[in-house]
Design a protein around this ligand. Structure first.
Ligand code: MN
Ligand code: MN
Length: 319
């Protein structure tokens, strides 16, 4: 088939070739024989401002073809450790109702969860994390490491309590998320109400505003995150607006003064060995991202999270 033996492995073929899947993983419509499932959720019906995140999965797939096989910093080779597959999109047949859309997304993740697959998703807006939690946190509430400029624990807005600024309040209310095992990293931005994130504080979440982040430094933040989530099951949710808009301008609600892509990568690498049961990268909005760089950043954060999940999956199902 090829004059070059290494091209027997599709992931090492020239990166401009082939159909774009997430991180060059094989595409699979079947849920059999999959350890980590890469899933797109092209839904942005929960945004409060600039739309476009429904186009995130397709463009992240495209940009993610730039990413090679091995994590040079950690030595992790996720596709070698376990069976990683792009299992397609949790797309919504009836997107004009928000709660109905969430129900459809939840049904997709219930099938994924029943098949024993660890989900790693690309949004979509941040409201999609709620139906994912409803599907995967049925047995016990999860811990959460949450990178974001916003706590997303708001309440009713414009007549709905379901939107991208509130999934983690509802997840606590529904017993899916343990607020005492939740850390939110990078919070900032102007507000209309100084108590907008009161729920996070009152429920006992650890909220690290960006000023404290810079005082602490990323290493101390990682140590604190590890301490807070402990040994129990934990989910990583990465809103790309956590990053400074210098690095990730293509998003719905950018806030200047965030951390860098390298700091985020180092924090993610610092989560190795935790009991991770899933993750997502959300809020990449290609229409606001003419260079494609925000999608590449999103794909890169997905790769860092994949390396963590693959280590976990590889240790559960060795070989
Ligand atoms: Mn968010
Ligand atoms: Mn945000």
């Amino acid at each position: 088939m090829s004059d070059y033996p290494e091209y027997q492995d599709p992931i090492t073929r020239p990166r401009y070739t082939g159909l774009p899947t997430f991180l060059r993983a094989p595409y699979s419509e079947s849920l059999d024989g999959v350890d980590v499932g890469l899933i797109g959720v092209p839904f942005d019906g929960g945004v409060t401002n600039r739309p476009g995140a429904r186009h995130g999965p397709r463009e992240i797939r495209n940009q993610s073809s730039l990413i090679r096989k091995l994590n040079q910093a950690t030595g992790v080779s996720p596709h070698t450790l376990c069976r990683v597959r792009d299992i397609g999109d949790a797309w919504v047949q009836k997107p004009f109702t928000l709660e109905g859309s969430h129900n459809e997304i939840q049904a997709f993740y219930e099938a994924v969860h029943s098949a024993g697959i660890i989900p790693l998703s690309a949004g979509g807006d941040h409201s999609i994390t709620l139906p994912i939690f409803r599907a995967i946190a049925k047995d016990e509430p999860l811990g959460l490491i949450h990178f974001d400029a916003h706590c997303d624990t708001g309440d009713d807005y414009l007549g709905s309590k379901f939107h991208h600024g509130a999934p983690f309040k509802i997840a606590v209310d529904e017993g899916l998320l343990d607020p005492k095992r939740t850390i939110q990293i990078g919070i900032r931005g102007s507000v209309n109400d100084p108590d907008i994130w009161k729920f996070s504080h009152d429920s006992g979440m650890r909220v690290i505003y960006i000023e404290e982040y810079f005082e602490m430094g990323w290493k101390a933040v990682v140590e604190e995150a590890r301490k807070i989530v402990g040994d129990g099951p934990v989910y990583v949710s990465f809103d790309v607006d956590a990053l400074d808009p210098v690095y990730a301008p293509g998003t719905g609600t950018p806030e200047v003064g965030g951390y860098s892509t390298l700091e985020a990568q180092m924090m993610l690498r610092g989560l190795s060995g935790l009991n991770l049961i899933g993750g997502d990268v959300v809020e990449v909005s290609p229409p606001f991202d003419p260079s494609g760089n925000t999608s590449l950043v999103g794909a890169t954060m997905m790769f860092e999270i994949l390396c963590l999940l693959a280590e976990k999956a590889g240790s559960v199902n060795p070989g």
